[in-house]
Design a protein around this ligand. Structure first.
Ligand SMILES: [Zn+2]
Length: 213
């Protein structure tokens, strides 16, 4: 039967009535949006030059306008494509011990990225919030599980760099009563691409539910 994708609006063929999305990508975006990430949706732009023409033209031309961030996310995702089996199925890629550690780390990483993106959409962030996140991240990189990660775990260096960056921002924000979290579109896209990679197997836990050491 012909169905319409709930995310992008494209029509697709499906044998099952329950299928809602045209592709794995749309399914994952929908998942991230459901979990509170304010990812811009594709929106339909109607190309109409003047209103007179609008009345004459019964068939309006419809195109999809792609926000920059979606393009950036897709670039990051294309670059991480070969990491897919490492991340989405640790048990098949690493030995049992490493896989356990990686799952532990993935869950924390997911929680941190998710929170950073959420905070970046807020008009104001309290330094105490950043400080709590920064403290957890510092514990995280000092933990045995992080330190014993296999060298080829793809986000090891990323986590360390991010921790340093967040510590800097936290220190800079200490003199203000509130700040706006400075996250560039590119950064945000990188985080979302990593979340996308993590999303299929890593459960999303609240910050307050996790320990980081
Ligand atoms: Zn779709």
């Amino acid at each position: 039967m012909e169905k319409q994708c709930e995310r992008c609006g494209n029509t697709f063929q499906s044998k099952r009535d329950t299928k809602k999305f045209c592709s794995e990508t749309c399914k994952q975006y929908a998942y991230l949006i459901r979990h509170g990430l304010n990812i811009p949706r594709l929106h339909i732009v109607t190309n109409v030059n003047d209103t007179k023409q609008q009345h004459l033209n019964m068939e309006e031309k419809i195109t999809f306008k792609q926000p920059l961030i979606i393009k950036l996310i897709e670039d990051f995702m294309n670059n991480q494509r070969d990491l897919d089996s490492m991340i989405s199925n640790p048990d098949s890629y690493w030995n049992k011990n490493d896989a356990l550690m990686i799952k532990w780390v993935n869950m924390r990483l997911k929680c941190i990225l998710h929170n950073l993106i959420r905070l970046s959409y807020k008009p104001k962030v309290f330094p105490a919030t950043l400080s709590a996140l920064s403290g957890a991240m510092m514990q995280f990189v000092r933990s045995n599980k992080y330190r014993l990660l296999p060298e080829n775990y793809p986000y090891k260096f990323f986590i360390k760099q991010l921790t340093e960056k967040i510590r800097e921002v936290t220190e800079q924000s200490a003199n203000y009563s509130e700040i706006k979290l400075p996250l560039t579109q590119r950064r945000k896209a990188e985080f979302i691409a990593i979340l996308y990679n993590l999303s299929s197997v890593t459960p999303l836990r609240k910050f307050s539910e996790l320990t980081f050491d």
